[in-house]
Design a protein around this ligand. Structure first.
Ligand SMILES: NC(=O)c1ccc[n+]([C@@H]2O[C@H](COP(=O)([O-])OP(=O)(O)OC[C@H]3O[C@@H](n4cnc5c(N)ncnc54)[C@H](OP(=O)(O)O)[C@@H]3O)[C@@H](O)[C@H]2O)c1
Length: 255
């Protein structure tokens, strides 16, 4: 339960070793020494992430197992987190895979893995979080969407379409929760310089995990439902969204 000042006291990050997820846990955990649960599939990566979040000032940091593809386990993971720290003030759906567009298009399991992780896993984990938060009567579910889903590009349509689906799901889930005390925040970062994009040329208006984290914390505090990072991308996409497709598909916007 958030304290009298409205500060976050407990956070669950699904995809607990994600760079953006860890930065967000640091940002949310530090001010009031909140309890943080990092949920992921690689114990060593989680241990390192937990050390980072502890060093940033969080009160208590726990790690638990979580696989986005194991949808049957998602309710139990959320309940396990609540069992460790009590009511969950914020659940961050941070996991995701970028895939490799060229090989994903060529065949094999890559495209299905991207769609299953980002969309199916996000739907399942998001609904599990919503069930828990509804029962509590409060809380915020944060979905890491992407501008890649705002208008899907030829260059990364496998990843982009998975984010488009997730973004639409998250907005609809938020509408379904209106009046319950539970809120959904959709975060739409542009290109984030970090592990996921390593080796790629940064797109215009590229940002950082820290900037995404601080925009997310600010949006939670202000009760917002949607945030673009950086904020100027909202206006850029207000134009790009309406470009005719023959122009859109030729636009040199990077990978
Ligand atoms: N980086 C960007 O440019 C960018 C831009 C817009 C939106 N986003 C979105 O922001 C979110 C976080 O991205 P990031 O930059 O922090 O990337 P990241 O550091 O690569 O983190 C991705 C996380 O997803 C986890 N993950 C992947 N598959 C999983 C599965 N099946 N089960 C559980 N966890 C799984 C990874 O865990 P493992 O360690 O187990 O692999 C890792 O912790 C993602 O949803 C991403 O799509 C990123």
């Amino acid at each position: 339960m958030r304290d009298a000042l409205g500060s976050v006291q407990s956070v669950l990050v699904l995809g607990g070793s994600s760079e953006i997820g860890v930065a967000t846990a640091c940002e949310l955990g530090a001010p009031r020494r909140a309890a943080v649960v990092l949920a992921g599939r690689q114990p060593e990566a989680l241990r390192q992430a937990a050390a980072t979040v502890r060093a940033a000032g969080a009160g208590r940091v726990e790690t638990i197992g979580f696989d986005a593809l194991d949808t049957g386990s998602h309710d139990a993971v959320v309940e396990a987190a609540a069992g460790l720290v009590g009511d969950l003030d914020v659940v961050v759906v941070a996991f995701g895979v970028l895939g490799d567009q060229a090989s994903d298009e060529a065949g094999g399991p890559g495209a299905v893995a991207v769609a299953s992780t980002n969309y199916v896993g996000g739907v399942s984990a998001g609904l599990a979080a919503a069930r828990r938060l509804r029962a509590q009567g409060h809380g915020v579910i944060v979905f890491l969407s992407s501008v890649a889903g705002e208008r899907v590009r030829r260059a990364n349509f496998v990843y982009g379409s998975s984010k488009a689906g997730l973004d639409g799901f998250a907005l609809g889930l938020g509408d379904s929760l209106a009046g319950t005390g539970v809120r959904v925040l959709v975060v739409r970062p542009g290109f984030v310089v970090g592990r996921m994009t390593a080796g790629r040329r940064p797109a215009p208006l590229a940002t950082t995990p820290g900037a995404v984290a601080s925009a997310t914390a600010d949006a939670i505090a202000r009760g917002r439902e949607l945030v673009w990072v950086p904020g100027s991308l909202r206006w850029v996409f207000a134009v790009l969204r309406h470009l005719p497709r023959p122009i859109w598909r030729r636009l040199p916007l990077g990978d």
